[in-house]
Design a protein around this ligand. Structure first.
Ligand code: ZN
Length: 153
């Protein structure tokens, strides 16, 4: 058995993906969606945050261990507004985010595979979370976000 295991062992560790962190949904207006997510689905409303660098306002609802992230554009130039425009202004899924144990290791593993990344290095997201986007062309057509949450001290 030990010998067999050695056959399959690879030089580099595979990335460790822990769970779906959140699903990002582009919406024209967060307020118009509250009735469904907060009242119909009864999801706990975590809060709203404006992210000026991305020209979006973001609302979070928790679903078990994961979240729903509603993204509302704050300017006509917002990438989220352009995304909505491409869908006749209607809400639709924008990205899926996976929580990983080590974002640097995950990005390194993807680079070794020659995958196209939007972010070559992690950037700071909300709440001390470090994030990086993988290009849809490298991820089956779906914009994919990796996030690493701060480790408990
Ligand atoms: Zn996200």
């Amino acid at each position: 058995m030990a010998n067999q295991n050695r056959l399959y062992r690879i030089a580099e560790e595979p990335m460790k993906t822990l769970k779906i962190s959140h699903i990002g949904i582009a919406v024209p207006r967060i307020e118009e969606q509250l009735a469904f997510y907060r009242d119909t689905l009864s999801l706990p409303f975590v809060g709203v945050e404006e992210v000026p660098s991305q020209q979006v306002r973001v609302a979070f609802f928790s679903v078990g261990e994961s979240n729903i992230e509603l993204l509302e554009p704050t300017t006509p130039e917002s990438p989220i507004q352009k995304f909505l425009d491409a869908n006749q202004g209607k809400a639709r899924i924008h990205h899926i985010a996976y929580e990983v144990e080590d974002i640097e290791a995950a990005l390194a593993a993807m680079k070794r595979q020659g995958l196209r990344l939007v972010d070559e290095t992690p950037r700071e997201g909300a709440g001390g979370v470090r994030i990086a986007f993988v290009h849809p062309r490298a991820a089956g057509g779906i914009l994919t976000e990796l996030c690493e949450h701060p480790k408990a001290p």
